[in-house]
Ligand binder design. Structure first.
Ligand code: KG4
Ligand code: ZN
Length: 337
């Protein structure tokens, strides 16, 4: 079965073709960083307009690269939430229309489910059950994953997502957009021990997260220092260490509570090198296998949507022609295909 996947939930247009026998045949990403960078964050209306501009040409390119004309696509998968409504509508309208024109089934995909299954695109792929740490610009959560559509959310952020905290702290430090890679880069030159950031909500039981306090601590620290390269590097390093440490403490707790023996990390912040190192240490400490998608599949992409689409369409997940998008949509609402 050959699936076209379309991702337009935020500021990346991702398109891919996944084949259930041959694997990933082609995938491409059109990033909107240049569109949003002058504003220091994502402007929803500009995101939607840019998806409209690039999506169809990107679909054509990816189909050519995959060596398949439309007649060889067996199904279409598009992200229908959570995300920015205008941006989601572009992918949903195009995906649904292409499926109608090609007379093939289509399915709406939950963006976080696609992230969560993304490590399965790799040769070394996790089997169920596993603990998933999903860390992106919009979400931070730990889930007990028993199968496709069988997710129990164990804990999530009560305020900012961890990626959002990276982005806001980077902006404050004048490091630009997107903030995650910029903080990670600046932190390489910094001393993580000079400032002691809090590890929010780790002093009480439970698996929820809070990251707005880290951002506030960064604001206060920045106010007390000249923002030269040294101080910026030290604040970035201390912030990153605190964010990563907090994720580690909760992941360790969740592994102990569930006795799960596999840990999957996904979402944009999963590309963070320091987080990956610390999770590797945790996996040795607890004798747990750790799985990470390659960097380009941590951040938003079409491949994960095509893969999740295959998982659902192979079980007959075709949906009605009338489509909708769900800007807010809990992972816990999903059911097996
Ligand atoms: O999954 P993603 O591409 O989009 C959402 O679904 O939100 O995640 C984007 C987030 C941004 O907040 C970005 O700053 C963060 O992932 N990010 C990183 C790194 N690369 C991307 N955060 C920390 N370190 C990185 N290397
Ligand atoms: Zn994402």
């Amino acid at each position: 079965m050959r699936i076209l996947g379309i991702e337009t939930s935020c500021d990346d247009t991702g398109v891919a073709v996944f084949d259930s026998t041959c694997g990933l045949l082609a995938h491409r990403l059109a990033s909107q960083i240049a569109v949003h960078a002058p504003f220091g964050g994502i402007v929803p209306e500009l995101a939607a307009r840019d998806h409209i501009r690039v999506l169809l040409p990107l679909v054509k390119t990816v189909l050519n690269e995959a060596g398949c004309g439309a007649s060889r696509v067996d199904g279409v998968a598009y992200t229908s939430g959570p995300g920015l409504s205008g941006a989601l509508l572009v992918g949903a309208a195009v995906g649904r229309s292409l499926a109608w024109a090609w007379k093939v089934p289509a399915t709406a995909i939950h963006h976080m489910e696609a992230h969560l299954l993304s490590p399965m695109l790799e040769d070394r792929s996790p089997s169920f059950p596993f603990l998933a740490l999903l860390v992106s610009g919009g979400h931070t959560l730990l889930a007990d994953v028993r199968g496709v559509g069988r997710y129990t959310v164990l804990g999530e952020s009560v305020d900012d997502a961890v990626g959002e905290a990276f982005d806001k702290t980077a902006q404050l430090l004048g490091l630009g957009f997107p903030g995650g890679p910029a903080i990670a880069h600046a932190a390489l030159q910094g001393n993580p021990k000079r400032f002691r950031f809090p590890r929010p909500m780790t002093d009480r039981p439970g698996l929820d997260f809070s990251f707005s306090g880290l951002k506030t601590f960064a604001v206060n620290t920045a106010k007390q220092h000249v923002l030269d390269a040294n101080n910026v590097a030290d604040i970035a390093a201390a912030f990153q260490e605190a964010a990563v440490d907090t994720l580690l403490i909760k992941s360790r707790r969740a592994l102990a509570a569930t006795s799960l023996k596999r840990l999957v990390v996904a979402g944009g912040v999963g590309a963070n090198q320091r987080l990956r190192e610390r999770l590797q240490e945790l996996s040795s400490e607890r004798d747990v296998e750790a799985f990470f998608p390659r960097h380009e599949f941590c951040t938003d992409n079409g491949a994960m949507v095509a893969y999740a689409g295959w998982q659902r369409l192979q079980k007959g997940g075709n949906q009605a022609l009338a489509f909708t998008v769900r800007p807010r949509w809990s992972l816990a609402e999903l059911t097996p295909p």
